[in-house]
Design a protein around this ligand. Structure first.
Ligand code: SF4
Ligand code: SF4
Length: 187
């Protein structure tokens, strides 16, 4: 019977370009957290997330909003003195959390990603009006009117379709996607 992987090893395995164990080479210098433009919105900074992974603390990591707030700007990755791809790790945590179906309840990031994955599995293409509809009033009326104005401008320029389009041979496409974890299990 194969040995059960620790949480930390599972996350390292999701870092496709990783050699050895990059998480263990973190020196906790905090450069990633201080350079991160989204850190103020995170309940755990990138440095903290790495420390929690190293300590194998699955629950606080998966219930964190940190990786859902990550803007994928890669500032942390290019500045890390230990060469750790922190942005890649944030992507890995998103995949892992969806794959395991473990994320903070009410998290818009997780909910949105799930809806997006389901839509791609079904149609092979994104359809923005359907994706945005559940969140229209989430940030209040002011944001709703702001978004509505942007949507109208996009529509007038022909950049916002009224009806969804389907990829030809979508069943074949679904077969390819179903081999990818976690997207293949999102439906
Ligand atoms: S910048 Fe790199 S070495 Fe420093 S705390 Fe962040 S991950 Fe660790
Ligand atoms: S890639 Fe994500 S974690 Fe890294 S600095 Fe940008 S927003 Fe922060």
């Amino acid at each position: 019977m194969p040995a059960k992987l620790s949480f930390s090893s599972e996350i390292v395995n999701l870092l496709y370009n990783a050699e050895t164990n990059p998480v263990q080479s973190c020196i906790q210098c905090g450069t990633c957290s201080s350079t991160c433009p989204a850190a103020d919105f995170m309940d755990h900074s990138p440095r903290n997330i790495i420390a929690l992974i190293r300590a194998d603390l699955r629950k606080p990591v998966l219930s964190s909003n940190a990786f859902w707030c990550c803007a994928s700007c890669y500032q942390c990755t290019v500045r890390c003195p230990a060469g750790i791809d922190i942005a890649g790790m944030m992507y890995g945590l998103k995949r892992y959390s969806m794959w395991r179906n473990r994320f903070k309840k009410g998290s818009i990031g997780a909910d949105f990603s799930r809806r997006f994955a389901r839509m791609i599995l079904k149609n092979g293409k994104s359809f923005e009006p359907a994706l945005a509809t559940p969140y229209l009033f989430h940030y209040g009326l002011r944001t709703f009117f702001y978004d509505a104005r942007n949507a109208l401008a996009l529509f007038m320029k022909g950049r916002l379709p009224l009806f969804p389009k389907r990829l030809k041979r979508s069943a074949k496409f679904r077969g390819i996607l179903s081999r990818i974890i976690p997207m293949g299990r999102a439906a």
